[in-house]
Design a protein around this ligand. Structure first.
Ligand SMILES: C[S@@+](CC[C@H](N)C(=O)[O-])C[C@H]1O[C@@H](n2cnc3c(N)ncnc32)[C@H](O)[C@@H]1O
Length: 395
């Protein structure tokens, strides 16, 4: 736990999920810069409740610091919203934080919008398009970002949706963007805004795999099939026939959908920590398997890996795991997935995982499973099959 000192008071903050990398904190210089700017230049004292929106707060630093102004925290990440809840509670802040999932729209009018520029520009595009009808001519829109993640495309999106952009001086390798609401953009404020302005979700078709997939803005590989996923799908004929299958970290559901297509008898469950991912997987399932008894055949879980999955409940787990959390590269998530997979699989169950060959997963796969085979590979990726989970090793 680290202490963040702000002009509004000090906070003890932890990342969630916790990490073994001690260099990673629950906030960065861009958060600090924004909090300082709010204190010095924005009058939040006279703000009516519900008029402050914070977007993409990674671990709750912004929302906790500004807690007395009743912010709503809007995010696509269950983990980020969980971090906010935990940090709010551990700092004994009053009541509960207001957390809004990315698949729901904020309610306007909004007086102040604070944005941590997200990793995926499509998400920024989507959020700005949805926020714009909720602004009035005097709304204040300020974004913050570490310089290394800021590029011309981010500026262009603010100009496209909100209005002219000015920047602050750089401080500790971070910068603020101020976007002035264009008068023509800020017309009347609809009570129930529609998301028509956003071009997401959109869709791509892959002729070779005979797939047409819908993708909400923050989905991994939103406009094409990932190289690793493709290698996996091309080799799915080797998968064992299974009853209970999990697509772990499902994104738009591509792996689980292909398993379901080749194994109609299987009950396939989809899990991801991104609300956009689960919404995409759900819609893709409905359009690929229309007429099926969807409720009996599948479920869609927003969750942290296998945390909500029962022990010994699965025959097969398919996974193209994440290798970063937001901007930070980490193997921690996948290593936790492998350990939890050995708990959730039945004695003859199998974990199939596709990964870049440079990533250090083999040691952990061997630690929790008695057998490990490479089923397919190309120059960069391998499809691993781990079987015979070691009973009790997940303790
Ligand atoms: C490399 S993408 C794979 C997506 C999809 N399976 C595919 O092959 O295109 C990894 C996915 O992991 C999800 N993710 C990251 N951390 C997670 C966690 N702790 N629990 C569940 N999903 C997670 C991300 O949201 C992302 O959708």
């Amino acid at each position: 736990m680290n202490v963040l000192s702000t002009p509004f008071g000090s906070l003890k903050l932890r990342r969630w999920p916790s990490t073994t990398d001690r260099s990673l904190r629950a906030w960065d210089a861009a958060d600090e810069l924004l909090i300082k700017h709010v204190h010095e230049s924005i009058d939040l004292e006279s703000l009516a409740t519900g008029r402050l929106l914070i977007c993409n707060d990674a671990h709750g630093a912004l929302s906790c610091a500004l807690h007395s102004f009743a912010p709503t925290s809007w995010s696509d990440s269950l983990l980020a919203l969980t971090a906010l809840k935990r940090n709010w509670k551990s700092n004994n802040l009053p009541g509960e934080p207001k957390r809004l999932e990315s698949t729901n729209l904020p309610v306007g009018p909004l007086d102040v919008v604070l944005i941590k520029v997200p990793k995926t520009l499509a998400l920024l595009d989507d959020q700005l398009a949805q926020i714009r009808p909720l602004l009035h001519p005097n709304s204040v829109v300020v974004a913050t970002c570490m310089l290394k993640y800021l590029n011309n495309s981010s500026f262009a999106l603010f100009e496209k949706h909100i209005g002219a952009v000015q920047t602050s001086l750089a401080v500790k390798k971070s910068r603020l963007l101020f976007s002035t609401v264009e008068q023509s953009a800020a017309t009347s404020v609809p009570a129930h805004p529609s998301s028509q302005a956003s071009k997401y979700p959109d869709r791509y078709t892959d002729q070779d795999l005979d797939l047409s997939l819908l993708n909400y803005a923050n989905v991994f590989c939103r406009d094409h099939v990932d190289i690793g996923s493709r290698l996996f799908i091309e080799n799915m004929h080797m998968l064992p026939q299974s009853s209970d299958v999990l697509d772990l970290a499902c994104g738009n559901g591509i792996l689980g959908l292909c398993v379901q297509r080749s194994q109609p008898q299987a009950k396939v469950t989809f899990v991801d920590e991104s609300y956009h991912a689960i919404a995409s997987a759900r819609e893709n399932y409905a359009s690929m398997f229309s007429g099926e008894d969807v409720e009996a055949k599948t479920s869609f879980l927003i969750g942290d890996g296998l945390e909500d999955i029962e022990s010994l409940s699965l025959d097969l787990i398919v996974c193209n795991p994440p290798f970063h959390i937001q901007h930070a590269l980490t193997a921690d998530t996948t290593l936790a997935f492998i350990k939890a997979a050995s708990r959730c699989l039945r004695y003859d169950g199998q974990l199939w995982i596709v990964a870049n060959k440079n990533l250090p997963y083999q040691y952990t796969l061997k630690r929790y499973f008695k057998k490990l085979n490479i089923k397919a590979q190309n120059r960069r990726f391998a499809v691993y099959c781990a079987s015979d989970p070691k009973v009790g090793s997940a303790d």
